[in-house]
Ligand binder design. Structure first.
Ligand code: PGA
Length: 250
């Protein structure tokens, strides 16, 4: 049985004072969470704060991206080993904002996934189509291509520890959520794609849904057969909302 995971993606939000409050509230609320895993992915400068605030709790933490390179002359890049040094369990790779704003290509995302994996981190690997792609009927081609880029570099076995997040770009931060049926269809496609490489790995891999998840719609989404939790942006900045989403996954 796959355990559910609800991961917050704070994006470029927060400061020491606000994060301190949020981490404290999430930590306190997490005591009542049974049977699901919660995590928060915070901006790099606040990793130490997340580590201090969450150490010894059931809530994991992670980065929102990672360098595809190791240590060396890569100004501005943060390596997977550095994330591991701060106790990160997860690193998001391939988020659509990284792809569309910062130019992360499928090949770069695959290298980042592999760098994270080699450092012992669990990648939260994001895939998803744009509105135009959905309307042109190429969702499966796009998501399949994104998946295949990582499978080609890291192999299917790498998905026994990795997490996949399906995030339709048109649903991120827009208030438009994919319907549970729309999301389930793509999740089933993703699991099927992994199953062509290894059925047992496909059965075990957690596939999160992301895109305007809130407490009001989480339960129905998480009830779908192939939806194993969520990657939560805006709603993860409000402790009560984030914790309510976590409870919806139980
Ligand atoms: P959202 O973001 O929940 O604010 O739509 C999700 C994400 O980008 O991971």
């Amino acid at each position: 049985m796959r355990g559910k995971l609800v991961a917050g993606n704070w994006k470029s939000n927060g400061d020491l004072a606000a994060n301190g409050r949020l981490l404290g509230q999430v930590r306190a609320g997490s005591v009542a969470l049974k049977g699901i895993e919660a995590a928060v992915c915070v901006p790099y400068p606040y990793l130490a704060q997340a580590q201090q605030g969450l150490a010894g709790s059931s809530v994991a933490w992670g980065g929102q991206d990672v360098s595809q390179f190791g240590a060396g002359a890569y100004t501005g890049a943060v390596t997977a080993a550095m994330l591991a040094d701060f106790g990160c369990k997860y690193a998001i790779v391939g988020h659509s904002e990284r792809r569309s704003i910062f130019g992360d290509t499928d090949a770069m995302v695959a290298q980042k996934f592999e760098a994270a994996r080699q450092a012992g981190l669990r990648p939260i690997f994001c895939v998803g189509e744009s509105l135009q792609e959905r309307e042109s009927g190429v969702t499966e081609q796009v998501v399949g291509r994104q998946l295949d880029a990582v499978l080609a570099v890291s192999g299917v076995a790498a998905f026994s520890l990795a997490v996949i997040a399906y995030e339709p770009v048109w649903a991120i931060g827009t208030g438009k959520t994919a319907s549970p049926a729309q999301a389930q269809a793509v999740h089933a496609f993703i699991r099927g794609r992994i199953a062509t490489g290894d059925k047992a790995v496909a059965e075990g891999v957690r596939i999160l849904y992301g895109g305007s998840v809130k407490a009001a719609n989480a339960k129905e989404l998480f009830a779908q057969a192939d939806i194993d939790g969520g990657l939560i942006g805006g709603a993860s900045l409000v402790a009560d909302e984030f914790l309510a989403i976590c409870r919806s996954a139980v």
